[in-house]
Write a new protein. Structure first.
Length: 269
């Protein structure tokens, strides 16, 4: 175990950069402890932790969202997911995150296609959600749906939580560190959208342990079909093979869906 003072100092230094200030301290502390356990010190330790945080999520932010303005705007939105004003707001916000931005051209098709076998959806657990909960207007939901979302970015979660509660008082967003394990919440379907490759940057064995431990009847798992730079590089075939290797031996049913920038699997446990 690293020295407590050294650990606290490393966490403070890492989060002194505003890019990492809003990340849940549990994750930063665990990555810092790992760096110190490997003998890293000073700038080398700071660089190691920040690099992992960048790989887990920071690389996907196209720009720093204007959370204050977005939060102020939510209160004046109609309480209808079908409203053009609501949908315009959602699309504008999702542009800030690469994962949700590249899905915008096929937003309705993606969720209607992938969730059709289990629609209407009554409950969703969105893991490492990013700005994906703002795609709510395009999902095939039951009238009594609930949506739970979690991520490592506290400022992002404040926006997502306000958005979810505006449309569904029983829904919420909260902080979670999936590398330490999934939250205990249960749902009809859990989302792991382009998440596993990011988690595997921190722990290469995490996916095989995470998938069986999620408390959901179904899991919608997806992988990028192109890099952030727009190159394919054989990624669909690579991730398809990787996914089926991960679930080998599990008595699960799988339906596969292919889109221009994404490959998705609906797992039924």
């Amino acid at each position: 175990m690293p020295d407590k003072a050294a650990l606290a100092g490393l966490v403070e230094t890492v989060q002194a950069n505003r890019k990492y200030a809003g990340i849940t301290a549990d994750l930063v502390s665990r990555l810092a402890a790992d760096a110190l356990d490997r003998g890293l010190q000073g700038k080398a330790a700071v660089k190691d932790v920040r690099n992992k945080l960048h790989q887990v999520g920071g690389a996907y932010f196209r720009q720093t969202p204007d959370y204050a303005s977005a939060l102020a705007a939510i209160g004046s939105l109609p309480q209808s997911l079908e409203s053009p004003e609501t949908q315009s707001f959602c699309r504008a916000q999702m542009q800030a995150h690469a994962s949700s931005a590249e899905r915008l051209p096929i937003l309705a098709e993606f969720f209607q296609t992938c969730l059709a076998p289990i629609a209407p959806v009554h409950s969703i657990l969105d893991l490492a959600c990013g700005l994906n909960p703002l795609a709510l207007p395009w999902m095939p939901l039951a009238s009594d749906y609930t949506y739970q979302a979690c991520d490592i970015y506290l400022d992002l979660l404040a926006l997502v939580d306000a958005f979810l509660r505006h449309f569904s008082p029983g829904s919420q967003a909260f902080a979670c560190d999936l590398v330490a394990g999934p939250p205990p919440a249960a749902a009809q379907v859990a989302f792991l959208l382009k998440t596993l490759p990011c988690l595997e940057q921190v722990d290469k064995q995490i996916s095989a342990a995470l998938l069986p431990s999620i408390r959901a009847d179904h899991i919608l798992v997806s992988f990028p079909a192109k890099s952030l730079g727009g190159r394919s590089k054989g990624m669909p075939d690579f991730y398809r093979d990787h996914f089926y290797t991960l679930i080998a031996g599990q008595p699960w049913q799988v339906q596969e869906f292919t889109f221009p920038n994404e490959i998705a699997f609906l797992v039924t446990k």
